[in-house]
Design a protein around this ligand. Structure first.
Ligand code: NAP
Length: 261
């Protein structure tokens, strides 16, 4: 028996990092998981990984698309409706971050970050609503960068603060449908996304650097290390399944104590 037997889940941005780890864990617990992402090759490879760990009767299904594109979202939910007819779990995970201290924020980076992180989350959940069953669970990926200063990441951190706010309001709005909405808030977690972001930070010896530099964005956690995607996936499983049926509007931190100690 898996914890998510016979459940249908959507994980956006599931071809890499945290989203991929969540998709794998959900399928290993018996869920049929729809995975999204923009790069087809990466998505196909992810579905293969999910298939390799899926319980009998569970599997991964790729739906390529951009979470900030409303036409792509419409296509995604038509496909889920046609194949499965319902959704029990939505994980709005797709997200990006760009290095941009005040003074060096470009309009292009601002548009990209807000479109994918904020607009993408709003319309993913809104368009999922008709398919969500009573008792279903919605998870929104926030970030510990929203809870304390995040030098170099102001716009990114602000989108993640907005996402935490959405979890409160939507939990209230959907309570009468018995749909729970919670924020899942990682600290620094080893993923291609985090490594790409850190590589974009200037180094302390770079004379052209606008502060801050690469040393600062992920200070050591009290546990002395960064997290692993599977550690975030374990918390996602808790919030998605029947172990957390009295938890809604909450924020669960997976940050090695970074924001709390
Ligand atoms: N890693 C951390 O330290 C950390 C900490 C706090 C919060 N988070 C949050 O956790 C989530 C996952 O982060 P991660 O580190 O796992 O990132 P990642 O390794 O870069 O993976 C991001 C995933 O999202 C997909 N994606 C990006 N933009 C998309 C779009 N417009 N439409 C559809 N899919 C899109 C990517 O695939 P394509 O590029 O092919 O689209 C990829 O599958 C993000 O929301 C991030 O902000 C991460």
């Amino acid at each position: 028996m898996g914890q998510l037997d016979n459940k249908t889940a959507l994980v956006t941005g599931a071809s890499s990092g945290i989203g991929l780890a969540i998709a794998r864990r959900f399928a290993a617990e018996g869920a049929t998981v729809y995975l999204t992402g923009r790069r087809k090759a990466a998505l196909d490879a992810a579905v293969e990984q999910v298939g390799a760990v899926a319980q009998v009767g569970a599997r991964g299904i790729a739906v390529q698309g951009d979470t900030s594109d409303l036409g792509d979202l419409d296509r995604l939910f038509v496909e889920i409706e046609n194949r499965s007819g319902r959704l029990d779990i939505v994980v709005a995970n797709a997200g990006v971050g760009d290095y941009g201290p005040l003074g060096a924020i470009t309009e292009e980076e601002y548009e990209r970050t807000t479109a994918i992180n904020f607009k993408g989350t709003v319309f993913t959940v809104q368009k999922a609503l008709p398919l969500l069953t009573a008792g279903s669970s919605v998870l929104l990926l926030s970030s510990s960068s929203a809870l304390r200063a995040a030098p170099g990441l102001g716009v990114y951190a602000a989108t993640k603060a907005a996402i935490r706010s959405l979890a409160r309001t939507w939990a209230a709005e959907l309570a009468d449908r018995r749909i729970r909405v919670n924020a899942l808030t990682p600290g620094p977690v080893e993923t291609p996304g985090l490594n790409g972001l850190l590589a974009a930070f200037p180094h302390a010896d770079d004379p052209t650097a606008v502060a801050p530099t690469a040393a600062e964005p992920t200070p050591p956690t009290p546990l002395g290390r960064r997290g692993r995607p599977d550690e975030v996936a374990a918390t996602a499983l808790y919030l998605a399944g029947d172990q957390s049926t009295f938890t809604t509007g909450a924020e669960l931190l997976v940050d090695g104590g970074a924001t709390q100690l």
